[in-house]
Structure formats: structure tokens, C-alpha cells
Design a protein around this ligand. Structure first.
Ligand code: ADP
Ligand code: MG
Length: 561
């Protein structure tokens, strides 16, 4: 029997499961693990802060459908990576976190970077464990990997004690792992499919809402068939965009409020009735709307939807979409209701007008139009990443996508700081595309040092920092020189974010005019390196301080408990 180090055993276990990339940061005791991974043929993307590394792994999990793997040191490394654990839980992304920990014989003695990581992470993960022995390390990794993406995806954790990593073990066939299969497909109960189809057939104004669960489920083929064969209008959530092309005439995203308000039966494919969907409640939804929830997680059914719970369908979206297409054979929806279509036309015309109104300093809308023109001109395949408040809000409708999983944003936790990590993950997951990170200046600040990760790793990024000198909005230049304290939302005046790119071996460009922005965009999109375009936009100091999405939910009536 061959004897190998614990580090090699970890690397070969990951490799055998099909893992080809690990995100993380090394230090004692996980350097050997990362090096063993590299030696085994696994790419190790080495970050500057575990927060970004863990975010990147979650996004990689979402884009590829298998857990993103993140390797960190114990103690502070794990505490920083909890950011990714939370991100994975809240967004339902698969993540396997691996962390070094103290040598077994030093446990509870105040060892180097010692915290009880299993106890800390157990309540936050689907599984958290320390392998009972070095021989059982592969089995524990396999369990954590599988549990992360079977059922509702989420985070799992495996503790790697230093003495296991450095130990030697005789390997035999019982320790060998095999390429992890796709998660089992689950079909919904036949009677409920019939009931759901009946509700849709009888609806006056049915609407399909497509969530990021449908994108994660890689259900696009079947969801598109369902929409095509029934002619049902649909509304994507921010990350559900592209499961059915945004360009479809049945897409009512541009009349979101009108569509929600009009629908009497909603078929919800892979989305939760949380703040993003206004809790499925009035006044955004009709008071007596029936919501047919389709979800892989049985526990999700009925959340904020007691009335429609009996129509809930537990199953994999791809499978359930096929079941529904079959059950709805011969049915044709009346399409987009006239009032919704009218609202869509009006909103699209208004958006078009804003996008074509040349203003200086640049507005979000006009700047995005210029960037879009450059994207069209270069013909590049793009993965969009966007974070910030208004930066993200306006970008969501400005940049349409026709494919799933190529638009990532701050997600269910509205997390600022995911942008560059997500961009790096996108560059790894889609080597033929260019990640376009549309960053608020505040959001960019959370992870800008990761630009060095990207340059060093040879990963291209086109980063647009929408610089309005502040969180939400900036202040007028004069306000910096008065004696009054700066408001909490203020950031430095025209900070040279572009120079950060230059400092780490990338390219930085300042863009104030449409011409400068267009040229910079073409450069950024066609470069094989990292470019930061510092887009100086209107500080918007006199505008109301709000995040449009939340503002639209404010008027919800008090919930009856
Ligand atoms: P959004 O933010 O787009 O509304 P959410 O993150 O709230 O989406 O919801 C995604 C939902 O998709 C989760 O409830 C999750 O359980 C579900 N989901 C994930 N994978 C699948 C799948 N393969 N089939 C069905 N539902 C899934
Ligand atoms: Mg800002």
C-alpha cells in the first residue's frame, strides 16, 4: 500500500470528486494542502482576503452547479470566510469550506489560531465536521461536498487539523473517491401538478416569476419550453435574468410593478417570497393572488404564502417545468395583459430617453448606454457582476442578458464587497468571456486589493467604478472644505481608483465624457488584463437618499401575525 501525506490525500480526494479549482489563502498549516492541490492539477487561486476568496467560491458554485471550494487557515481565516458561508446560505449557493486547525493534541490549550471551528460553523452550515481519523478524511470530504449541493444548495465545512495535513497514511481502495454526479432530480407530486395546471388554466392574468434557483438548476431548456408552449408572460428576478432571454416579448420586467399587481396566479420557479419579491404580499401583489411555489426545498413552501401553500410543488425546476409543460398541453395564455404591455411601453420609452440624454457629469443611464455600445461593438461575451445601491439598481435593467448565470449581483443579502471576487470566479468559470464588474465606488472599496489577485492570476477583468464620491450619493465639491463634519455617506472626492489597477500591474483610466468612456470601455473589454475605468459621474448630492428596490416595498401593510 502506498503511503501519502495527509495534504496529498486531501488534494487527491478533491481531484477525484471532480474539483479543478480551489479559491483561498494559504498560511500555516494549509500551505502543503494548496501545494498538493497544485501538484495534483488543481488550480489554486490565491486571494488577499478570505472574504473575497469565499465569495468567489460561492459564485463559482452558482455558475458551475458544483460546490465552489475554498481553503483557508484557521481562526481569523475562518472568521473572514464566514462571510462566504453567510453568502452561500442566503443565496442558496453550494460552497465547501476547508480550513486548517490546531494539532489534535493542542486542542483546548489556546493553540495557534485556535477556535472551535466545527462548533462555530455547525449552526451556519448544512454539515460541519472534523474527520474522525486521517483514514476517514476522504469520506468526510466526500460527505461535505455532496451535502453542499444535494437538496437546497448551501455551505458545508471540513476541519483539517495540522497533524492530519502533515501526517502520513497508507492509502487503499476504500479511500478512493469518484467523480461526483449531478444532484438527484426530483419530480413533483402528480396530483399537485394537476392542481397547479388547473389554477393556471383558470387564471385571468397568470404570471411566471423566474428566480435564481431556476438559473442555478440549469433549467433553461425546460423553462423556455414551458414559456414557448404556453405563451405565459414572465418576470425574472435580478439573478433569474437570462433563464429565458430578456429579449423575449413575453418578458414583463420593464413593467415589473404592473405585472405583479395584475397577476392573479403566479408560478414561482426557484425564488423565495422574501424582500426581493416583496414577501408575495399586497400592495405589490394582488391581495388574493394564488402563488404556486416550485422549490427543491419542502420547507420553503408556504413561507409568506399560506394561501397558496397547498399548490406548492417540491421538485427540481427542470423536471417540474417538464411536468407542467405536459400538464398544460393545448393551453395558450392570453399573453401579456394590455395594461401591463402599456406600462412596459411607457417605461421602456422613458428608460430609452434617459439613456440617450447626454448629460455631464455622466448619469448612470447614459454611462451604461455608452458601455453597452462598446460591448456591442467589440462583440465580446460578457459576464456581468454588479454591486452598489443605485449603481446596481440601474444596471439591472440597463444590461439585458439572453443567457442564464451570466449576471451576478449583491444577491439576497445585498452584500457589498462581492464584486471583484465574483469577477475573478467568473473569469475562471468562463475563460472565453470577459467579466464586466459594474461597481459602486463604495462597493469597490471593500475588495479592491483583489485586483492584484486577478493580475497575478492572469485573469481578465473590466471594472467600471461608478464614482459619485459616496455611499448612495456624493456631496458637492465645496462641502469638503467647510468646517462641518462630512456626512457618513461621503467618500473622498474623485478618488483615483484607477491608480489601484496601475499599482498592481493593470491599466487604469479616468473617464468623464462619453468619448473617454467609450474608448476606455473598448480597451477594457478587449484587454487580456485587468482594467479599472474610473467613471466620474454626477455626485447626485441633492437627490433623495434611497435604494429604489427597498423603497418600493416600504408601503407594505403591517403583517398580521
Ligand atoms: P431570487 O433571489 O432569484 O428570488 P432565491 O435565492 O430567493 O431566488 O431562491 C432560490 C430558490 O431556488 C431557493 O429557495 C432554492 O431552494 C431553490 N432552488 C435551488 N435549486 C433548485 C432546483 N434545482 N430546483 C428547484 N428549486 C431550487
Ligand atoms: Mg457611490
Amino acid at each position: 500500500m502506498a503511503e501519502v501525506s495527509g495534504a496529498s490525500l486531501i488534494a487527491s480526494s478533491l481531484y477525484d470528486l471532480g474539483v479543478r479549482v480551489v479559491f483561498g489563502i494559504v498560511g500555516i498549516p494549509v500551505i502543503e494542502v494548496a501545494d498538493a492541490c497544485i501538484a495534483r492539477g488543481i488550480r489554486f487561486v490565491s486571494f488577499r482576503n478570505e472574504q473575497s476568496a469565499s465569495y468567489a467560491a460561492t459564485a463559482y458554485g452558482y455558475m458551475t452547479g458544483k460546490p465552489g471550494v475554498c481553503l483557508v487557515v484557521g481562526g481569523p481565516g475562518v472568521l473572514h470566510a464566514i462571510a462566504g458561508i453567510g453568502n452561500a446560505t442566503h443565496n442558496c449557493f453550494p460552497l465547501l469550506l476547508l480550513a486548517g486547525s490546531s494539532e489534535s493534541h493542542q486542542v483546548y490549550k489556546g493553540a495557534f489560531q485556535e477556535i472551535d471551528q466545527v462548533a462555530t460553523l455547525a449552526p451556519m452550515t448544512k454539515f460541519a465536521g472534523r474527520p474522525p481519523s486521517l483514514e476517514l478524511l476522504p469520506a468526510t470530504i466526500e460527505k461535505a461536498y455532496r451535502v453542499s449541493y444535494y437538496g437546497r444548495p448551501g455551505p458545508t465545512y471540513v476541519d483539517l487539523p495540522a497533524d492530519y495535513i502533515q501526517g502520513k497514511v497508507a492509502v487503499d481502495d476504500t479511500m478512493k473517491l469518484y467523480d461526483a454526479p449531478a444532484a438527484p432530480n426530483v419530480a413533483a407530486c402528480f396530483n399537485r401538478i394537476k392542481a397547479a395546471a388547473k389554477a393556471i388554466r383558470e387564471a385571468k392574468a397568470p404570471l411566471v416569476i423566474i428566480g435564481k434557483g431556476a438559473a442555478y438548476a440549469r433549467a433553461e431548456v425546460h423553462v423556455r419550453k414551458l414559456i414557448d408552449s404556453t405563451g405565459l408572460p414572465f418576470l425574472p428576478t435580478p439573478m433569474g435574468k437570462g433563464v429565458v432571454p430578456d429579449s423575449s416579448p413575453l418578458n414583463v420586467a420593464a413593467a415589473r410593478s404592473a405585472a405583479l399587481k395584475t397577476a392573479d396566479v403566479v408560478l414561482l420557479l426557484g425564488g423565495r417570497l422574501n424582500w426581493i419579491l416583496h414577501y408575495g404580499a399586497a400592495p405589490k401583489f394582488k391581495l388574493d393572488v394564488k402563488i404556486i411555489q416550485v422549490d427543491i426545498s419542502g420547507e420553503e413552501i408556504g413561507n409568506n404564502n399560506q394561501k397558496g401553500a397547498e399548490l406548492g410543488l417540491v421538485g427540481d425546476i427542470g423536471v417540474v417545468a417538464q411536468q407542467l409543460t405536459h400538464a398544460l398541453k393545448g393551453y395558450k395564455s392570453a399573453g401579456v395583459p394590455a395594461t401591463v404591455a402599456a406600462s412596459r411601453d411607457k417605461n421602456m420609452a422613458a428608460a430609452e430617453k434617459k439613456a440617450n440624454t447626454k448629460v455631464l457629469p455622466l448619469s448612470y443611464q447614459f454611462a451604461y448606454k455608452v458601455i453597452k455600445d462598446a460591448i456591442a461593438k467589440t462583440g465580446k461575451d460578457v459576464v456581468y457582476v454588479s454591486e452598489g445601491a443605485n449603481t446596481m439598481d440601474v444596471a439591472r435593467s440597463a444590461f439585458d442578458v439572453d443567457h442564464p448565470r451570466i449576471r451576478l449581483d449583491a444577491g439576497t443579502m445585498a452584500t457589498m464587497g462581492v464584486g471583484i471576487g465574483y469577477g475573478i470566479a467568473a473569469a475562471v468559470a468562463f475563460p472565453n468571456a470577459i467579466p464586466v464588474c459594474i461597481e459602486g465606488d463604495s462597493a469597490f472599496g471593500f475588495s479592491s486589493m483583489e485586483l492584484e489577485t486577478a493580475t497575478r492570476s492572469g485573469l481578465p477583468l473590466a471594472v467600471f467604478v461608478m464614482n459619485n464620491n459616496g455611499v448612495y450619493h456624493g456631496i458637492e465639491p465645496e462641502a469638503y472644505s467647510t468646517n462641518t463634519p462630512l456626512p457618513s455617506t461621503a467618500l473622498g472626492f474623485e478618488t483615483r481608483y484607477d491608480l489601484i489597477a496601475e499599482a498592481v500591474g493593470g491599466t487604469g483610466i479616468v473617464a468623464r465624457t462619453p468619448e473617454e468612456l467609450y474608448d476606455a470601455s473598448v480597451k477594457a473589454l478587449t484587454s487580456k488584463g485587468v482594467t479599472v475605468v474610473n467613471v466620474i459621474i454626477d455626485p447626485g448630492a441633492k437627490t433623495k437618499l434611497e435604494f429604489g428596490w427597498l423603497a418600493s416595498t416600504k408601503k407594505a401593510p403591517k403583517a398580521k401575525l
